[in-house]
Design a binder for this molecule. Structure first.
Ligand code: SF4
Length: 71
């Protein structure tokens, strides 16, 4: 059962269909975004907390506008 008092973690997500793998997000927030060598795509690191400012900086920088907050 989900604890209603537990705050949901805001987690970023990458639309892989649009990502051009430019690497911009990796430069801005390497602690949040990483390149999966085996998969060949950008993935989100598993963290307990995502720095909102860092994620939003990556969002602004992303040329494909493919970083979003997961609902
Ligand atoms: S900045 Fe955007 S387009 Fe570039 S690698 Fe990251 S998610 Fe992909």
């Amino acid at each position: 059962m989900v604890n209603p008092f537990m705050k949901k973690i805001m987690r970023p997500t990458v639309d892989l269909g649009r990502c051009s793998k430019c690497g911009g997000c990796l430069e801005v927030a390497p602690e949040i975004f990483r390149f999966s060598e085996s998969g060949g795509y950008i993935e989100i690191c598993d963290l307990d907390y995502y720095d909102r400012d860092k994620v939003e900086e990556a969002m602004k920088l992303c040329p494909e506008d493919c970083i979003h907050w997961d609902d």
